[in-house]
Design a binder for this molecule. Structure first.
Ligand code: C2E
Ligand code: CA
Ligand code: CA
Length: 641
C-alpha cells in the first residue's frame, strides 16, 4: 500500500484506495463494514461558507484517522467508509461506533458548529471479503439510512429486513422528481347521502403512479414523506390538483361538489398555511367553501392548541374543516367541545367494531349522536355492506364513504359514477293516498288499522283522498313505516280536511325513542299546533302554534324542523303561521301514525298528499310546493261545495 492515493482535503485514503485495499484482502478474511455520514454538514457550508466547511472536513479526517481503528476512507462529500477486522466482536464494533458518535461532538472545533452536526453510522457485520465491496457498502449504507430516518446521531446495524429501508431510500431519491414529472395523482372517493342516495361530496386521496412499479398506495409512501417533511410539498401539490380539477368542472353538474383534501399535521406549524391554500384556491377561482381540509384525529392530543388555531384561521377564510379518523387514536372527547370544525369522519375501525357486536353498535350510535348534538356533520368511513347501511341509517347517520358505493376512482371514472348518482333524489317519500297506501318511492306502504275507511274526493278533480271515520284512541288509523323518517331534520306536508274538529286530535303523529311530534288541526281555542315533546325533560313541551284548520275545508298543513338551527316552523296554505327556536332534536323514530295519536280519539275527515322530506325546507320551498298544488288546472281544493 505504498502508493496509496489520498483524499486531497482530509488526507484519508480515497475511494479508489479503498477498493485497492479491499481487493488485496484474502477472500477468506472476515470483515465488518461501517458507513459514516455527517448529519447536517451541508448546513455548515450554507451558514458559514465553504472554507469553514473545508476546515471542518479536515478536522473530521484527523478524527477518523485517530479513532476509527480500521481502514477509513473518504468516499464522498461527507461520507466515510471503514473496513474493520472481522476478529472484532459485534460488541466491540458497536462500542466503537457509539464512541465515535460521542467523541465526534467533542472534537477540537468551534462549539457552535459542533452543536449543529452529528454522525449517523450504519454497520454491516461479519461479511466475507469474497463479498464485493459494493455490496458491503450498500448494506452499510442501508443501515445508515435507517439511522437517519430514526432521527440521526445514532448507529444502526444492517438487518435483512432493512430492504424496506432500501425501498424507502429509493423512494426518497425519487420523490422530488416524481413531483416534477407529475407522478402523483388525485383519486376521488364518493361520499354518498344514504337517506337520499345522492352524491354528497368526494374525498381526494393521493396515488403515486410509478413508472416501473405501477400504482403505489399512500401507506407505502406516507410515513416516509412525513419523516422527511416532503409531505408538505405533496399535500400542497394535491390541493392544487384538486383546485385544477374543480376549475375544469365549471359549467358541469359537478361544479359545486365539495372536495375534501387530507393535510398532514406538519402544516399546523406553518403560519402561512391557510394563506397559501387561499391563494391557490383563488388562483383557480374555486370557492373555499367548497373545499374541506381534513386533519387527522391522531394529532389532536399533542397539538390541540395548534389545531384549534389552525381550524379557526381556515374557517375564517371560508374553508370547511374536518376531523379525520375519529375514534382511531386517543379520542379526546372534551376536545370536540372546543374545536370549531364542521365535520367529523368516523374511522372505519369503529364501524368494524359496530358490525361485530352490540356494544360496538352502542358506541358508534352515541358517537354519531354526540357529534350531531354539537352540530357537526358526520361521515362514516369504510362502509362495505348493505347491513352496515341499514344500521347506520337507523342511527341517524346520513353521509357515508366506502367500497359499498365505490373505491377511490381516477377523476374520469368518478365523473361516470357521479352521473349515475346526481339527480337520483330520494329525500322525499310521497304517499298520495289517491286510492292506495303505497309510497311512490321504494317498497314503502301504509297499513290500515281498524275499519270504516274509504276513498273520497281529493284536492284535484280526478284524485282521491283517504277518509278517516274516527274512533276511540289509536283506532282506525294508518301506520306508516318509520324508516321513511331517518333524518333529524324533516318536513311533513299534508292536505287535511277535518269533518269534525276535536281538541288535540292529531292527523300525523311520530313516536321517537324519547319523545314525539304531532300535527294537530285544532289544539285549543282556534289554534292549530305543531307539538314537539322531548320526554328527557320534565317540561319538554314545545308548541308551534298557528291558526286553526276548518271543518269541511281543505288546508295544506306543513311542518318543518331544522336540527342544525333547532328551529321548528308551521305553515298553512304556503304561509308561515308559527316559528319556534331552541327546540331540541328527537332521534330514532319508532313508529308513525296517520289519523290519530295515543292520547285522543281519532281523526274524522280526509287526508291526502302526504310528503315526508328528510330535510328542513324553507319558506320559499313550501310556498312553491303549495303553489304547485293550487296552480294545477284540476285543483279543486278550495272550492266550497
Ligand atoms: P383516510 O383519509 O382515512 O382515507 C380513507 C382510506 O380508506 C383510503 O385509503 C380509502 O381507500 C380507504 N377506504 C375507503 N373505503 C373503504 C372501505 O370500504 N373499506 C376499507 N377497508 N377501506 C376503505 P387510502 O387511499 O389508501 O389512503 C390512506 C390514508 O392516507 C388516508 O386515510 C389519508 O389519511 C392518507 N392520505 C391519502 N392521500 C393523502 C394526501 O394527499 N395527503 C395526506 N396528508 N394524507 C393522505
Ligand atoms: Ca381523510
Ligand atoms: Ca379517515
Amino acid at each position: 500500500m505504498n502508493h496509496m492515493e489520498k483524499d486531497y482535503l482530509t488526507n484519508l485514503p480515497s475511494r479508489r484506495s479503498l477498493y485497492q485495499y479491499y481487493n488485496s484482502l484474502d477472500e477468506g478474511d472476515k470483515v465488518h463494514g461501517m458507513f459514516l455520514d455527517v448529519d447536517n454538514y451541508k448546513r455548515i457550508n450554507d451558514f458559514y461558507g465553504h472554507s469553514m466547511g473545508d476546515r471542518l472536513m479536515v478536522c473530521i479526517g484527523r478524527f477518523l484517522q485517530e479513532n476509527a481503528k480500521g481502514f477509513a476512507a473518504r468516499i464522498g462529500g461527507d461520507e466515510f467508509f471503514v473496513v474493520l477486522d472481522g476478529k472484532m466482536t459485534e460488541e466491540e464494533v458497536s462500542k466503537l461506533a457509539r464512541n465515535l458518535i460521542k467523541q465526534f461532538k467533542e472534537m477540537d472545533f468551534r462549539e457552535e458548529i459542533l452543536s449543529m452536526i452529528s454522525l449517523s453510522i450504519g454497520v454491516v457485520l461479519n461479511q466475507m471479503a469474497s463479498v464485493p465491496l459494493d455490496e458491503l457498502m450498500e448494506k452499510a449504507d442501508i443501515a445508515m439510512y435507517r439511522a437517519k430516518l430514526d432521527g440521526k446521531n445514532r448507529l444502526a446495524v444492517y438487518r435483512e429486513e432493512d430492504t424496506t429501508y432500501e425501498i424507502n431510500r429509493r423512494m426518497e431519491a425519487e420523490m422530488e422528481s416524481a413531483l416534477r414529472r407529475r407522478e402523483f395523482l388525485v383519486y376521488l372517493q364518493p361520499r354518498v347521502n344514504i337517506v337520499t342516495s345522492e352524491l354528497y361530496a368526494a374525498e381526494a386521496l393521493s396515488r403515486w403512479e410509478h413508472p416501473q412499479d405501477g400504482l403505489r398506495l399512500p401507506k407505502v409512501y406516507l410515513t416516509l414523506f412525513e419523516k422527511t417533511g416532503f409531505i408538505s410539498k405533496m399535500d400542497l401539490y394535491i390541493f392544487e390538483e384538486v383546485c385544477r380539477l374543480k376549475a375544469s368542472w365549471k359549467g358541469t353538474e359537478l361544479e359545486h361538489l365539495p372536495i375534501s383534501v387530507n393535510m398532514s399535521r406538519m402544516h399546523l406549524y406553518d403560519r402561512n398555511f391557510a394563506d397559501t391554500l387561499e391563494e391557490i384556491a383563488n388562483e383557480y377561482q374555486v370557492k373555499t367553501s367548497e373545499l374541506e381540509i381534513e386533519i387527522t384525529e391522531k394529532t389532536f392530543v399533542k397539538d390541540s392548541e395548534m389545531l384549534i388555531l389552525m381550524a379557526e384561521t381556515l374557517k375564517a377564510k371560508g374553508f370547511q374543516v374536518a376531523i379525520d379518523d375519529f375514534g382511531a387514536g386517543f379520542s379526546a372527547l372534551y376536545l370536540l367541545k372546543d374545536i370549531p370544525v364542521d365535520c367529523i369522519s368516523i374511522d372505519k375501525g369503529m364501524l368494524r367494531a359496530a358490525s361485530e357486536d352490540l356494544r360496538g353498535k352502542k358506541v358508534l350510535r352515541n358517537v354519531i349522536s354526540l357529534c350531531k348534538d354539537l352540530k357537526m356533520d358526520v361521515v362514516v368511513e369504510g362502509v362495505e355492506s348493505k347491513q352496515e347501511i341499514d344500521f347506520l341509517t337507523s342511527y341517524g347517520c346520513q353521509i357515508v364513504q366506502g367500497f359499498y358505493y365505490s373505491n377511490p376512482l381516477p377523476p374520469d371514472e368518478f365523473r361516470i359514477f357521479a352521473q349515475n348518482y346526481i339527480g337520483n333524489e330520494k329525500d322525499c317519500y310521497s304517499f298520495r293516498l289517491n286510492g292506495n297506501l303505497n309510497a311512490e318511492e321504494g317498497d314503502f306502504r301504509g297499513l290500515l288499522s281498524g275499519e270504516g275507511f274509504e276513498y273520497r274526493a281529493g284536492i284535484f278533480a280526478d284524485s282521491k283522498s283517504l277518509h278517516f271515520p274516527g274512533g276511540p284512541t289509536e283506532e282506525n288509523t294508518v301506520h306508516i313505516p318509520s324508516n321513511v323518517l331517518v333524518n333529524d331534520s324533516f318536513t311533513v306536508s299534508l292536505w287535511v280536511r277535518p269533518e269534525v274538529l276535536r281538541n288535540w286530535t292529531s292527523v300525523f303523529y311520530v313516536k321517537y325513542e324519547s319523545g314525539f311530534f304531532s300535527m294537530v288541526p285544532l289544539a285549543w281555542d282556534g289554534n292549530s299546533d305543531f307539538r314537539i315533546r322531548d320526554s328527557k325533560e320534565v317540561n319538554g313541551w314545545y308548541d308551534v302554534t298557528g291558526c286553526q284548520l276548518w271543518e269541511n275545508t281543505w288546508a295544506h298543513f306543513v311542518v318543518s324542523y331544522n336540527a342544525k338551527t333547532e328551529t321548528a316552523t308551521a305553515f298553512i296554505n304556503g304561509e308561515v303561521v308559527g316559528v319556534r327556536e331552541n327546540v331540541p332534536v328527537n332521534r330514532y323514530a319508532k313508529w308513525i301514525m296517520l289519523g290519530g295519536d295515543v292520547f285522543q280519539p281519532s281523526f274524522v275527515g280526509d287526508l291526502c298528499e302526504l310528503l315526508v322530506f328528510n330535510e328542513a325546507k324553507d319558506y320559499d320551498f313550501v310556498k312553491k310546493l303549495h303553489e304547485n298544488y293550487t296552480g294545477k288546472e284540476n285543483f279543486i281544493g278550495f272550492k266550497v261545495e
